[in-house]
Design a protein around this ligand. Structure first.
Ligand code: PLP
Length: 402
């Protein structure tokens, strides 16, 4: 055994990909180390929703398990059960204000599964994918894994992507654009006015290159909104796909169920997109989304956790930060806050310092925005308040040191 060389066992690609999002992993490892010495550590690092699913979820799960239908647990069409897709298409036709049939709904292993399927369907080696800061780090991993190149657009202090830069970076190589609103990590929700400008640029560029440039709108936080809903992306831009899941609004992140959908008249029938997506899902090894969760959807689709609890945590956290003049854009959805760290320390240094004081957060660098820190407010309100107080103490302490 001594002479066996394991160096090349793991593919070079996988070794390279393990570096992406390393700040999140480092934070996790730091947390593991600190838990021994600091049992009261408040871990705000992971975006794992802590609110339990509404009781109706368990009620229907039990009911579904009791149904004695033969074949209720077998394989099925890779796109999902027809009646469930029909149900979702009816719901979405109403909420998104565009016609959608079951032929434009695909059930997936969470929003992540939907992203994978869409990206595999459209991307090949050397293509370019436009993403925006602050971004969900998996966009980078998924893009690199397919041999494509991410083009990252900067955003302003309010985390709105810079439209001039966006316009300049669309080229013949642009094959896909991914937007994420409501956003992880900032909680920013793009207004319809902003998106109108965004899509105008995109349509002009599509004309210039005589190409269709699809947009994936990654929306797992769409139903955790604290403000009025803006126009659906499907209504604003025909060549778009909305990606959703039940992970965040129903607290079912571990059950892995989601879907994506597009508008009925958006693409010519000759493309047979459904069949393309079935193949993309097949080669990714998904086979189909978990069947029991699919069957649950029609019963629980319009239920959600009490989002007032997330909103209250955010508001209490920000109140404490404001007293110390720590700048943070007020989130319009979700359970993350993304304060600015302009006290002389880097985001990584600040997160390490904060961890020693008992609070774990993720440096903004993980999301392409150094100088910020993400806190996932997925803890009790009393812990959130305690964490905010520790946060500002650490912030002010460091400011004095500098
Ligand atoms: C922006 C964004 N997209 C996609 C996902 C993946 O969600 P799911 O658990 O539904 O796969 C997450 C999860 O954190 C996310 O924050």
């Amino acid at each position: 055994m001594a002479n066996i060389n394991y160096e090349n066992l793991v593919s070079a690609k996988m070794q390279e990909l393990s570096q992406i999002g390393s700040e999140i992993r480092n934070t996790f490892m730091l947390g593991q180390d600190l838990k021994e010495t600091c049992p009261d550590l408040i871990d705000l690092s992971l975006g794992n929703p802590d609110l339990e699913p509404p009781p109706i979820v368990k009620t229907y799960l039990k009911e579904l398990l009791d149904v004695q239908d033969i074949g209720a647990h077998r394989y099925m069409d890779g796109a999902g059960l027809e009646d469930v897709r029909k149900f979702i298409s009816n719901e979405l036709s109403r909420t998104e204000n565009v016609p959608i049939t079951s032929k434009e709904v695909f059930l997936t292993v969470g929003a992540a599964g939907a992203l994978q399927i869409c990206m595999r369907a459209f991307l090949q080696h050397d293509d370019e994918v436009i993403i925006f800061k602050p971004y969900f780090p998996e966009y980078l991993s998924y893009t690199h894994h397919l041999g494509a190149n991410p083009i990252v657009i900067n955003s302003d202090d309010n985390h709105e992507p810079l439209l001039d830069e966006f316009e300049n970076r669309i080229t013949k190589k642009t094959k896909l654009i991914i937007i994420n609103s409501p956003n992880n990590p900032s909680g920013v929700y793009y207004s319809s006015e902003y998106l109108e400008k965004f899509f105008k640029i995109l349509l002009n560029k599509s004309k210039e290159f005589a190409a269709v440039i699809p947009v994936i709108s990654d929306e797992p936080y769409a139903r955790l909104l604290f403000v009025e809903r803006q126009k659906s992306i499907l209504e604003m831009y025909p060549h778009s796909f909305i990606v959703r899941s039940l992970s965040k609004d129903l607290g079912l992140a571990g059950e892995r169920i989601g879907y994506f959908a597009w508008s009925q008249n958006a693409f010519p029938n000759s493309l047979n997109l459904m069949s393309v997506f079935r193949n993309a899902a097949r080669v990714a090894g998904f086979v189909c989304a978990p069947r029991l969760q699919q069957r649950l959807i029609p019963h629980i689709f319009n239920a959600k956790v009490d989002i007032n609890l997330y909103q209250e945590r955010i508001s209490q956290f920000l109140k404490i930060l404001e007293l110390s003049e720590v700048f943070c854009v007020k989130p319009k959805a979700g359970f993350f806050v993304f304060p600015k760290i302009d006290n002389g320390f880097s985001d990584q240094e600040f997160c390490r310092f904060l961890a020693q004081k008992g609070v774990l957060c993720v440096p903004g660098s993980a999301f392409g925005k150094p100088g910020y820190v993400r806190a996932s407010l997925t803890q009790s309100l009393s812990n959130i308040i305690k964490a905010a107080e520790i946060f500002v103490q650490a912030y002010n302490e460091i400011k004095k040191l500098k």
